[in-house]
Design a protein around this ligand. Structure first.
Ligand SMILES: *[C@@H]1O[C@H](CO)[C@@H](O)[C@H](O)[C@H]1NC(C)=O
Ligand SMILES: *[C@@H]1O[C@H](CO)[C@@H](O)[C@H](O)[C@H]1NC(C)=O
Length: 388
């Protein structure tokens, strides 16, 4: 399952070192080379380059005559040249990690079947379904907007930690863009997940989910059902993040995600990585409420374990009271306001929300973290008997 996301990954990881008050920001170039040197190729035969118009999204009944939007109107000046920087990085290692023009990388059916049969229960596959009352086994710790307004998106930098999970557990820190009452909930979620039953491994992968009816009949992870239109030739969901942060240091790795509605077309774009690469979009037609914008943006963590079992660790596995050195962070918190402006969140407009006792998972929002990150918070914890 390889995926083309290697690419994404190397571009998305940024490393800040905070040393005696001095901040060193390693150049992206250095990091790229470093990442590629660390990267083990093992996936070349797990995806095909298919014609853009033959991708799974077009099996969705409302997308039969959909015309692909090749790049977001808000990134018009930069998108088309993204792939050339990818190609350069890729050539460095002599790997072909990008499809030819007009084609997009799609997992081979055989790979997908393997993935799906590994998923043992439906609730395990109800991705990012944070409603734990109706979905026992799910838990969340989030920071959420409280304003009564129409958002056009949100973005954040998500700290990445590699948690050791059991096969039937998952941990996905990320961002939620939502609208509508619970039974009709429209939701888009993107994060960096460890999800063994979905992926068949324990790597940290870019993971997305959408639903248009409160997780009932519509929606799925990544490309598992028609919906998301992949546009980028080399970067997409399911890609592996190559570096994780360590507990006990100030040296952290992270991944940037932005989900933003296009003012002109109404489609919801997913943008990822330091270079803000546009991966593709969820067409507005597949939604009922999100077509008109989003009423709620959330940032935080979600975990799952089968009901009545021990909950897995979330974030870094340490509680926020252990502070930035040990606990997982989400920073650079921004919303896209009703006028499509990207603005930092304001502390007075945010509230934390956690469905467990504070010794299990918790949220700590002080406005800053690690001296460097503004509008950031800490979240997570060791898990345990969270809902029993
Ligand atoms: C993209 O790259 C080409 C060739 O390097 C250059 O001529 C063009 O101006 C670039 N386009 C944008 C929008 O940056
Ligand atoms: C995370 O751990 C798994 C094994 O448990 C390993 O395969 C993977 O490469 C690790 N990822 C990172 C980013 O360290």
């Amino acid at each position: 399952m390889a995926i083309f996301l290697f690419l994404l990954v190397s571009l998305c990881i940024q490393c800040y070192e905070v040393n005696g008050g001095r901040i060193h920001h390693q150049s992206k170039q250095q990091l790229q080379l470093h990442d590629y040197q660390n990267f083990q190729p093992s996936i070349d035969d797990s995806f095909d380059c298919v014609d853009m118009y033959n991708q799974p999204a077009f099996q969705h009944p409302v997308l039969k005559n959909h015309k692909i939007q090749l790049f977001p109107t808000f990134l018009r000046t930069t998108m088309q040249n993204r792939s050339s920087s990818f190609s350069k990085a890729v050539k460095y290692q002599n790997f072909i990690r990008e499809c030819p023009p007009r084609k997009v990388p799609i997992l081979k059916t055989t790979t997908r079947q393997k993935m799906v049969t590994k998923s043992s229960s439906k609730s395990q596959l109800d991705g990012f379904n944070e409603y734990s009352e109706s979905n026992p086994g799910h838990h969340f710790a989030t920071l959420e907007t409280t304003q009564d307004m129409m958002f056009r998106g949100g973005s954040a930098r998500i700290g990445t930690y590699n948690l050791s999970l059991q096969e039937n557990q998952y941990n996905i820190p990320g961002i939620w863009i939502q609208s509508g009452p619970p039974t009709e909930l429209n939701s888009i979620q993107v994060g960096t997940g460890v999800h063994p039953s979905l992926y068949g491994d324990h790597q940290i992968r870019v993971t997305a989910y959408w639903t248009a009816d409160g997780y009932h009949k519509t929606g799925c992870y990544n490309y598992q059902c028609p919906g998301f239109v992949q546009v980028h030739r080399g970067a997409g969901f399911e890609g592996v993040l190559l570096h994780s942060s360590e507990i006990g240091t100030l040296h952290k790795f992270s991944w940037i995600v932005k989900v933003k509605q296009d003012k002109v077309t109404g489609n919801w774009w997913c943008i990822g990585g330091e270079d803000l690469v546009a991966l593709g979009y969820w067409p507005k037609e597949i939604f009922t409420h999100l077509r008109q914008g989003s009423s709620l943006i959330k940032y935080g963590g979600e975990t799952f374990a089968p009901p009545n079992m021990i909950s897995p660790p979330m974030g870094s596995g340490r509680l926020p009271k252990e502070l930035f050195k040990n606990s997982c962070f989400i920073s650079n918190l921004e919303i896209v306001d009703s006028n499509y402006n990207e603005v930092k969140v304001k502390p007075k407009d945010m509230k934390s929300n956690c469905d467990t006792t504070p010794n299990c998972y918790d949220v700590l929002y002080r406005g800053y973290e690690g001296s460097l990150y503004r509008q950031a918070f800490l979240f997570g914890g060791p898990g345990g008997k969270c809902g029993i």
